[in-house]
Design a protein around this ligand. Structure first.
Ligand SMILES: Cc1cc2nc3c(=O)[nH]c(=O)nc-3n(C[C@H](O)[C@H](O)[C@H](O)COP(=O)(O)OP(=O)(O)OC[C@H]3O[C@@H](n4cnc5c(N)ncnc54)[C@H](O)[C@@H]3O)c2cc1C
Length: 418
């Protein structure tokens, strides 16, 4: 069996390794456009902030180490430029020498991820305006900082990447502003919970410009002017656009695969696309939200890895199913930890669910023992049945453990005690 995988990071590398574990004879080739494979995206902002100082910590695996361990061909700097389902081949461009060749597959796995959303605004594309997706993007930002010593940064977007970058740039001593169209940071949290994140950010000197829309960018005074709708502009030495991600599915589209929200790839619960022998995983696919059952895009590493493993099982003769994403996540916000799973009250109500919430303030460990810290926990449950639907926790210690327990409880269909 010859397996070709497009994308060698979360979903792609995981699928490749598991196929090898399940089938020692499969011929597995992974094409990766960038120069790196199987790296920790989640660590990239911390390299920029000097928390991770050795670049090798980010890129633990190399094509050589992967081949030695798994006998998998990892072809970096190779971009798959088209899929030909009718003859079961892909066209690949070697980005180092421009050579284009065609390669046959029995099974094809797409895990091309998502690209930073680039709004069509004046000034997008100018120097000093960055996005963060790959190791190369990370090195570009780091090199700019090391060379030019910028004193200020504007981050357009207050989601996971915006927050992590804000913290890391602030730790480097920069004056940091986050601009965000919604009136709160971190949309997975309800406004009452997000306000605690706002306080922590402000306590550490991050300026929050919430409820404002960015209209464009202009080079000015050796920096960037960020134009805001109906408001005075902001000025900074550098800008990072982190307003979200869009599935990177041009290949799938051109090959005629069925597409869903934001042109994501539609898959069934075996992660099969609409075209036989083509599977897809990760940020590029549309999933079912585990709680609402609605179609959703949930761009997180956990689902990508899980889906990669499910594809491997199915390709190797098993029958594994992906039941949906719950969106569980944990983020560090300076000294605090903020975590969420399932749906929040705002989204539950938007989905037409009749919900109630409880807010609790448990200690991180038994109250009688010194050093415990209070956390705030908001649990969303269905009013009539008491079924747990979501939870948000903000605190200092033990937040990740409790959100794990609640995520498991939601997955198991448990109820809030009545
Ligand atoms: C800065 C940052 C921080 C993050 N932090 C977290 C976090 O803390 N927790 C979390 O759960 N998630 C985090 N994520 C999200 C997480 O990294 C993604 O959800 C996950 O990597 C998705 O896996 P994937 O396999 O779909 O795509 P990716 O891991 O992005 O891999 C896709 C790869 O495919 C390659 N590719 C695309 N098209 C082609 C082509 N045509 N030919 C060849 N190669 C191609 C790309 O170069 C890319 O390397 C973060 C992401 C970023 C960018």
């Amino acid at each position: 069996m010859k397996v070709i995988i497009v994308g060698g990071v979360a979903g792609g590398a995981t699928a490749a390794a598991r196929i090898r574990r399940l089938n020692e004879h499969a011929e597995i080739t992974v094409f990766e456009r960038s120069g790196y494979i199987s790296y920790a995206n989640c660590g990239l902002p911390y390299y920029i902030g000097d928390v991770i100082t050795d670049p090798e910590e980010l890129t633990l695996q190399t094509p050589e180490s992967f081949f030695k361990r798994f006998r998998i061909n990892m072809k970096i700097h190779h971009e798959v430029i088209s899929i030909h389902p009718e003859r079961k081949t892909v066209s690949v461009k070697n980005l180092e020498n421009g050579e284009i060749f065609e390669e046959k597959y029995d099974k094809l796995i797409l895990s091309p991820g998502a690209k930073p959303t680039q709004p069509r605004l004046p000034g997008v594309g100018i120097d000093k305006l960055f996005t963060l997706r790959t190791v190369e993007d990370t090195f570009r930002i780091k090199e700019y900082i090391n060379k030019n010593h910028p004193k200020s940064a504007v981050l357009a977007g207050g989601g996971f990447i915006g927050l992590e970058l804000a913290e890391n740039l602030r730790e480097l001593g920069m004056d940091v502003t986050i601009v965000q169209r919604p009136k709160q940071l971190m949309n997975p949290f309800d406004p009452d919970m997000a306000s605690m994140i706002h306080n922590e950010m402000r306590k550490h000197g991050i300026k929050l410009v919430l409820g404002y829309t960015v209209e464009g960018f202009k080079e000015k005074d050796n920096g960037v002017e960020v134009l805001l709708k109906d408001n005075p502009s902001l000025q900074a030495d550098m800008v990072v656009l982190a307003i979200g991600v869009t599935p990177d599915t041009v290949l799938a589209k051109e090959a005629g695969l069925e597409l869903g929200i934001k042109e994501s790839i539609v898959v069934n619960d075996r992660m099969e696309t609409s075209v036989p022998d083509i599977y897809a995983a990760g940020d590029a696919v549309q999933v079912k939200h585990y709680v609402t059952g609605n179609d959703a895009l949930i761009s997180l590493a956990g689902p990508a890895n899980k889906q990669g493993r499910i594809i491997a099982d199915n390709i190797c003769g098993g029958d594994s199913r992906y039941l949906g994403s719950q969106g569980s996540s944990v983020i560090k916000v300076f000294e605090m930890t903020a975590a969420t799973t399932g749906i929040n009250e705002t989204n539950a109500k938007k989905s037409g669910l009749d919900v109630d919430t409880v807010i609790l303030s448990p200690m991180s460990h038994a109250g009688y023992y010194p050093g415990g810290k209070v956390m705030t926990m908001k649990v969303v449950f269905e009013k009539e049945t008491y079924h747990l639907l979501g939870a948000q926790i903000i605190g200092y210690e033990g937040v990740d453990k409790r959100i794990d327990v609640l995520a498991t409880a939601i997955h198991a269909g448990l109820r809030q005690p009545s």
